[in-house]
Design a protein around this ligand. Structure first.
Ligand SMILES: NC(=O)c1ccc[n+]([C@@H]2O[C@H](COP(=O)([O-])OP(=O)(O)OC[C@H]3O[C@@H](n4cnc5c(N)ncnc54)[C@H](OP(=O)(O)O)[C@@H]3O)[C@@H](O)[C@H]2O)c1
Length: 328
């Protein structure tokens, strides 16, 4: 049942062009998903996690098409680089179930995260999640020939014949990679194309190329201890109608060490924020140019925690500034 708070949140989101995604409750076929770890070598290391708060994840529109995606997605760097069939893999089966049942859809991977894309492909197939997934990956090679070989291998490893988003990794050989991505888009092999970077020092080049090339998406770092994107890059994306994915919202996990000994601001509870992870993700999605944030975790309880940030009210400008002052 919707509470008054949910209603007020919905109303205020509607006023800003946001929407709420339906909460997914079962597999794409309407059947319950398979039990995590069933028939596998070792049991999940973590107790089954609960789906996050009732209600729906906030969604945002991809400017190029108006397609809505939930603001909380997932990354795979590190956290999905585990041996197939290992105990960590079995734990990921539970993590990904929590993600999709909690209403998540956006997954980001790359051919250069060792075997993360292979693990993701296996998990999407065995869980029956592929049709529900907004699957993003990358081109990370130096020549057209190598890119073509990498793309063929990407499809094999992801166990699919298309992706939703194909991004040029860290602008690597973008003058070759972007036209190739456009060709694949024309062929229907990807719905959207994009450019990524993960450091402030890449932002100026990224903005210049974004303005010239107008990709569907950019993916950049933006966090309470690296908020520079709000100065120019995020407003430029908003002005141009380019969707934005946020990587490293936890500064690759380093923010949790920085948060040790710090208590959440007094206003956190009023917004339903109960952890620093939720606070860091809320910071990222509170910028209106941001389409989704893609935190990586291999742990079901942390996945629940991360999804929780996609519910409730966003941070005010003053609250965002307070966090930047605390972690800057
Ligand atoms: N150039 C690029 O295109 C680029 C660069 C960087 C990242 N990315 C993408 O962005 C994604 C996110 O970035 P990232 O993985 O570098 O860093 P991140 O999401 O900022 O941080 C990930 C780290 O946070 C931990 N964590 C996750 N949720 C947590 C929680 N609720 N509580 C405590 N710890 C938590 C994870 O550990 P556990 O797994 O142990 O939970 C992991 O060590 C990547 O996975 C990748 O898909 C792209």
């Amino acid at each position: 049942m919707r509470t008054r708070r949910d209603f007020l949140t919905t109303a205020s989101l509607a006023a800003t062009g946001l929407a709420l995604a339906p909460l997914a409750a079962c597999s794409r076929n309407g059947a319950p998903p398979p039990a995590a770890g069933a028939g596998d070598a070792a049991p999940a290391a973590t107790a089954p996690a609960q789906a996050p708060a009732s209600g729906s994840l906030i969604t945002r529109a991809i400017p190029a098409t108006g397609e809505q995606v939930p603001v909380i997605g997932a990354g795979t760097s590190g956290s999905y680089e585990v041996p197939l069939g290992s105990a960590d893999y079995n734990t990921l089966e539970e993590t990904i179930r929590v993600f999709f049942e909690g209403g998540g859809t956006v997954f980001d991977t790359s051919p250069n995260y060792t075997n993360a894309d292979e693990v993701l492909g296996a998990l999407l197939e065995s869980g029956g999640w592929r049709d529900r997934c907004f699957l993003a990956t990358k081109i990370a090679e130096d020549s057209r020939e190598a890119m073509e070989a990498q793309w063929a291998e990407t499809l094999r490893r992801l166990r699919t014949d298309h992706v939703e988003l194909l991004q040029v990794h860290n602008l690597r050989e973008w003058e070759i990679a972007l036209p190739y991505a456009r060709e694949l888009k024309e062929q229907g092999a990807t719905k959207y194309i994009g450019l990524t970077h993960y450091l402030e020092r890449g932002h100026a080049d990224l903005e210049r190329i974004m303005r010239a090339e107008k990709p569907d998406f950019i993916q950049i770092n933006y966090s309470v201890n690296a908020p520079q994107a709000a100065q120019s890059l995020l407003p430029a994306a908003q002005e141009l109608g380019v969707a934005v994915l946020i990587n490293r919202a936890f500064d690759d996990g380093k923010l949790f060490a920085e948060a040790q000994g710090k208590t959440l601001p007094g206003w956190a509870a009023e917004l339903g924020i109960t952890s620093w992870a939720q606070m860091f993700l809320k910071f990222a999605i509170s910028h209106p140019a941001v389409t989704a944030v893609i935190p990586a975790t291999g742990k079901p309880d942390r996945q629940t925690d991360n999804l929780q940030a996609g519910h409730g009210e966003l941070l005010s400008r003053a609250q965002q500034d307070e966090l930047v002052a605390l972690f800057g």
